[in-house]
Design a binder for this molecule. Structure first.
Ligand code: TLP
Length: 344
């Protein structure tokens, strides 16, 4: 039988574990739009506690969680400040413009990070000509930054400038658990300086579906209304939340393995001609590879033919993502494909 491919396209491809499937089968449920699903309530309480926020809302996707945050913090015609490569701007189908009527002021910065000076430089004085800046967003870990981590001090520094100028601060923490494991810092410390945080259970933690938006009681009450407006009010969603609880309680610590596997891949590929990668820049479960002499999409096709799946994220950039369903042996099995592709 041919071996199954090594799927490094994303940590979103993980399948629910047997423990999750059991929990889903046995979940106690109710109608969550009536606020009557005990399993959803339990998950919301545990994630609110983990992020040290007063309340949390279970939503079907990270995209919906982020966009509800944008809706909660802004009005039509306002402006949000965020990194030029941020997921909210780059990968959410233009939703801030389409749903909230908000324009984006894009901030530069290496690997998805920026300092308070970038925020200050982007802010314009109050004047009838300018949109009102109302929201600052940070992403941790940073996806297009290659899984780079913002430490709590850096978050506090930019949040202080944002708050000082009257902006709300939102953290896209789709992979906040990876940041937490990488720095050995509790999730709550990353969240303290921000008003809202969105975190996902369906990336490295392997839950099949589900994200949470966390914030104050007032903000989450508004968020609940926006979730309904967007069609994200789910009924017996405890079936999904049950998998999320298993993810939260049992799948966080093992992310260290994914980080080690990413570093292993980067080190192995760094000596292969035709690929440019700096292993020391691998902070979590992502590896960005440059392919300077060939279009990345073509290289991805050649790797696929050899049983290694990955995504081209730019004309000469490939992204590899490690996760629960890729073992150390799979990573060892993947390495020769890169050498074969390089050899042409
Ligand atoms: N990211 C996906 C794709 O959308 C690119 C991936 O494969 O990495 N914030 C961040 C930082 C994310 O990386 C993602 C998903 C989301 C939000 C959106 O989550 P979902 O897919 O649940 O809407």
């Amino acid at each position: 039988m041919p071996e199954s491919p090594v799927d490094l396209r994303s940590d979103t491809v993980t399948r629910p574990t047997p423990a999750m499937r059991r929990a889903m089968a046995e979940a106690e449920v109710g109608d969550d739009v009536y606020g009557e699903d005990p399993t959803v309530r339990q998950l919301e309480a545990e994630v609110a506690a983990a992020t040290a926020k007063a309340a949390a809302l279970f939503v079907p996707s990270g995209t919906m969680g982020n966009q509800i945050a944008v809706l909660c913090h802004t009005e039509r015609g306002d402006e949000m400040l965020l990194h030029e490569e941020s997921h909210i701007y780059y990968y959410e189908a233009g939703a801030p413009a389409a749903l909230a009527g908000v324009s984006a002021r894009l901030l530069p910065g290496v690997r998805g990070r920026f300092g308070p000076e970038a925020v200050v430089a982007a802010l314009r004085p109050a004047n009838a000509h300018y949109p009102r800046p109302r929201l600052l967003c940070i992403e941790n870990t940073h996806n297009r930054g290659g899984g780079s981590v913002w430490d709590p001090t850096a978050i506090a520094a930019v949040a202080a400038v944002g708050h000082g100028r009257g902006l709300a601060v939102h953290l896209d923490g789709a992979r906040i658990w990876n940041a937490s494991v990488a720095l050995a810092v509790p999730v709550a410390q990353f969240c303290g300086p921000v008003d809202t945080v969105m975190c996902c259970l369906s990336k490295g933690l392997c839950a099949p579906v589900g994200s949470l938006l966390c914030g104050s009681v007032e903000t989450i009450a508004r968020a609940r209304r926006y979730r309904k407006l967007l069609g994200g009010g789910m009924r017996q969603a405890g079936v999904l939340a049950a998998a999320g609880l298993v993810a939260l309680r049992t799948m966080v610590d093992r992310l260290a393995e994914d980080h080690a596997h990413a570093r292993f891949l980067a080190e192995g590929i760094s000596s292969v001609r035709g690929f440019v990668v700096e292993p020391e820049t691998v902070e979590t479960n992502m590896v960005l590879l440059r392919t300077p002499s060939r279009p990345a999409a073509e290289v991805a096709d050649a790797l696929r033919a050899l049983g290694v799946l990955c995504n081209a994220t730019g004309p000469d950039t490939l992204r590899l993502v490690t996760h629960h369903d890729v073992s150390g042996a799979d990573c060892e099995r993947a390495l020769p494909a890169f050498a074969r592709v390089a050899a042409g």
